[in-house]
Design a protein. Structure first.
Length: 99
């Protein structure tokens, strides 16, 4: 009777050990595959970045040249004559240009 229990217990323990080992091995394999997939994704991303470098930075367009002093004074005079500028505003703007 004890011999049957021992054999039955040995069979159950053996099955548990085999099942536990198989579970652990499967879990480790899944983790390894997930790690490899992440590495593969990183490699692909790096290769794509190498294939398509960022566009070069272009220099900004040069600023438009300011009108000549004579042109600016003529424009101020036209504004003053048309009544767009008072005598005081005209004098201040002219002084600012000549300074």
């Amino acid at each position: 009777m004890f011999a049957r229990r021992a054999m039955r217990r040995r069979a159950i323990v053996g099955a548990a050990v085999v099942g536990g080992t198989a579970y652990y091995a499967g879990k480790r394999r899944a983790q390894g595959q997930a790690h490899e997939a992440a590495q593969d994704a990183q490699i692909v991303e790096m290769q794509q970045q190498a294939m398509y470098p960022p566009p070069p930075a272009y220099a900004p367009a040069p600023a438009a040249e300011a009108p000549a002093l004579g042109d600016q004074l003529a424009q101020l005079a036209r504004l003053h004559e048309s009544g767009g500028l008072s005598d005081e505003e005209y004098a201040v703007a002219k002084a600012k240009l000549l300074a």
